[in-house]
Structure formats: structure tokens, C-alpha cells
Design a protein around this ligand. Structure first.
Ligand code: NAP
Length: 359
């Protein structure tokens, strides 16, 4: 991936400062891109699991490129640590509840918007919250940043999810972007709704939208590997029914997403969707065994692999940006060491094993 992690992977990651430093080290390609980006960039939903490291990576790319970019991070900032880490990197904080239509009047103009707002967990108990976050906020965003008929549109790089596809077999290599969408459950259905809202405003010429269908970013503080490792540390069995997954180091995912600022359209002029994930399908059984070895824990399994899982094909991404360079073996070693040394873990399980679409 064009040296997105500078081809130098640390043997260990021993503190949150080291983790953030490594995870926000921009690629040469991102630094080159930063020279050409508009002066102000708005990141909506910046206060969650990915936003802080994404914004910091962009700020570091701009600094290295000698560009005085203004990065405006917009969120409610329910997590004050997210705000503090962004401020420490000179990123402008704009606190807003994006479900409040009036909040948009105070948002700064921008030619480039990264859109990370989303709601997944809690859907089963309060589906209306998920639908409003995933369809009303995109609508307000496109209304605020849309420029019908007046010159170039605002580029919106919008996070979606691999959940918009149905499950598929590992031998298929995963769903490709042109596959029909078969969302399972209300969260996935609302994520299709989010894409359709952006597509609507794109097709109407109001915005220039691009959808990122991400499957499982790996951080050491959350993610599929942390989920599996925590079960092993609790001597709990590993459920094999969802037997396969895709994942990508969060730093590399962020680098690709940021570089989507200039990715073009489909040949027919419609907005592009891009799967962002690793270029391999991993087996839960083998991954759990490797994590068990790294932790010195025995592994118990329950159930059996079902023929299908939520899998995306990363060919389009690797064609555009190169293959990811952080191997899963290294992510496993880092994760095991991180948990053994008592590193910070957010209580945000992925529920990757869910097969019924209920979150
Ligand atoms: N992480 C992954 O592996 C993964 C995988 C697939 C898809 N995605 C998608 O990628 C996007 C970013 O991922 P993430 O892991 O960073 O998600 P996340 O942790 O859920 O972050 C999204 C953030 O958006 C903010 N937000 C939600 N509603 C808002 C509102 N009404 N007003 C203002 N801010 C609001 C929240 O922060 P505040 O509380 O500060 O407002 C929330 O933390 C999400 O859409 C997610 O669904 C992520």
C-alpha cells in the first residue's frame, strides 16, 4: 500500500502513545495528496473509534507536506479523550449534534467532507435511533454541503459497511462492489439507506459522494482480534458458526479512506462504492489458535463453521491503492502482548459472530 506504514512495523507496541504514533503515521502517497487538498476539511462523526486516528493521520500528512490545512472535527464528543487527542494535534473541535437540523448553520463550509457518523449497536432495542442516525444525518449533511448547479460539488467520502452485502462463501472471495445488496437485519438495512441517501444527492448533482464499505478495522483497543483474545483470556469457548472474516489494520484503512478524496466516479458517472478491507479471508478457527498460542492459552471451540460469512473482496481497493502491508500475524502478536500487558481496551465488541443481523 505504497509504504502506508513506512514498511517498518514495530516489534511491539507498548503504550497508547506508541499505538497512536504508529497508527497515524501517514503514507508517502497521503503526504503527496495533502499538498493538493483544499484548505479546510470537515470530518463528521470524528469522536468515535476511527475518527481521532484518521484526523491525526491527516494532520501529520499536512504538516509533513508543509500545508496549513484546517481540519474541523465534528462530533458530540461523548468521549472527552477523543477531543483532547485531536486538540493536541491542532485539529479544530466543533461540537454538534448532527440530528439537530439547526446545528448545520454553524458548520464551516468545505469542499471535502469525510463522513463517519453511524449507529449500529442498540438497533434491536431502539431501531428508530439507528435509522435516524443513518438516514436523517446523511440527508442533512447533503443539504448542508450540497451545491445544486453551482460549480464543482463537495466531495463526501462516506463510511458505509460490508454489512450491506449478504453473507457469502469464503470460496467466492467475498462480495464485490457491483453485487446486489442483501442486508440482513435493521442495522444493515439502514446502512443501505445511508448509501441510497448519498447516491440520491450525488445523482441529483448536489454532492460528489463515495461510499466506503469497511469490514473490521483492527485497533489494539477494539476489533475482531481483541474480541477473540478476550474470550480466550476468559476461558470462554470460541463460537465457530461465523467461521470466517476480513479485517484490515485501522491505520491502513484510514490511509485509504483519506486518499479516496480524489478517487473518480464509475464510468457511467455514478458514485463509486469501495470495499476497504484486507485482501485475504481469515478463518476464525486458525486465528483463535494463533491468538491462543500467543497468549499461552488453550482454545475451546463450540459449534461448526456455517458455509457463509460476511466477506468483502478487496480487489478494487488493492488495484487503486495497493495491497495492505500489515500482516495478520503481526496484528495477532501485538494484540496478545497488548492484552497481557494490560493495555487499554474499549468495551466495544464488534459482534462479528452475529448471523441474524441483530445488534
Ligand atoms: N470500526 C470499524 O471496524 C467499522 C466497520 C464497518 C463500518 N464502520 C463504519 O465506519 C464509521 C466510523 O467507524 P467508527 O468505528 O469510528 O464508528 P463509531 O465509533 O460509531 O463512531 C461514529 C461516531 O459518530 C458520532 N455520532 C453519532 N451520531 C452523531 C450525532 N447525532 N451527532 C454528531 N456525532 C454523532 C459519534 O461520536 P460522538 O459520541 O462523539 O458524537 C460516534 O462515536 C461508522 O459509520 C461505522 O459504522 C466501522
Amino acid at each position: 500500500m505504497s509504504g502506508s506504514e513506512d514498511n517498518v512495523l514495530p516489534a511491539t507496541i507498548e503504550s497508547e502513545a506508541e499505538l497512536i504514533d504508529f497508527m497515524t503515521r501517514p503514507s508517502g502517497a497521503l503526504i503527496a495528496l495533502a499538498e493538493t487538498l483544499p484548505d479546510r476539511i470537515v470530518v463528521l462523526g470524528a469522536g468515535g473509534k476511527m475518527g481521532p486516528t484518521m484526523c491525526i493521520r491527516l494532520a501529520r500528512a499536512a504538516r509533513t507536506a508543509g500545508r496549513a490545512l484546517e481540519i474541523v472535527a465534528v462530533s458530540r464528543f461523548s468521549d472527552p479523550k477523543a477531543q483532547a487527542s485531536l486538540e493536541a494535534h491542532g485539529i479544530t473541535i466543533h461540537r454538534a449534534d448532527l440530528l439537530d437540523a439547526d446545528a448545520y448553520n454553524a458548520l464551516p463550509d468545505a469542499d471535502l467532507v469525510y463522513y463517519l457518523v453511524g449507529q449500529k449497536f442498540g438497533t434491536t432495542s431502539a431501531p428508530h435511533r439507528t435509522w435516524s442516525a443513518n438516514t436523517i444525518v446523511p440527508t442533512y449533511t447533503c443539504q448542508r454541503y450540497g451545491r445544486p448547479g453551482s460549480g464543482p460539488c463537495t466531495r463526501i467520502v462516506a463510511l458505509s459497511t460490508g454489512n450491506v452485502y449478504g453473507m457469502t462463501t469464503p470460496s467466492s472471495g467475498g462480495s464485490v462492489e457491483s453485487d446486489p445488496l442483501h442486508p440482513v437485519g435493521e442495522y444493515a438495512a439502514s446502512a443501505v439507506g445511508r448509501e441510497r441517501v448519498f447516491e440520491h444527492f450525488d445523482a441529483a448533482g448536489h454532492v460528489d459522494a463515495l461510499m466506503i464499505r469497511l469490514n473490521y478495522a483492527i485497533d489494539l483497543r477494539y476489533g475482531v482480534l481483541v474480541d477473540i483474545a478476550q474470550r480466550l483470556l476468559a476461558n470462554a469457548p470460541i463460537d465457530l458458526s461465523t467461521g470466517y472474516f476480513n479485517c484490515i489494520w485501522q491505520g491502513e484503512a484510514n490511509d485509504v479512506i483519506l486518499r479516496c478524496a480524489t478517487l473518480g466516479k464509475n464510468p457511467d458517472g455514478s458514485s463509486i462504492a469501495l470495499n476497504v478491507t484486507g485482501d485475504q479471508v481469515y478463518s476464525v478457527r486458525n486465528t483463535a489458535a494463533a491468538i491462543g498460542d500467543a497468549l499461552g492459552r488453550s482454545v475451546r471451540f463450540e459449534g461448526a463453521e456455517q458455509p457463509t460469512a460476511l466477506l468483502s473482496n478487496a480487489s478494487r481497493m488493492t488495484y487503486a491503492f495497493g495491497a495492505p502491508e500489515v500482516p495478520i500475524d503481526r496484528m495477532i502478536e501485538w494484540t496478545a502482548a497488548w492484552l497481557q500487558q494490560g493495555g487499554t481496551v474499549w468495551s466495544k465488541p464488534t459482534h462479528f459472530e452475529s448471523r441474524d443481523g441483530r445488534y
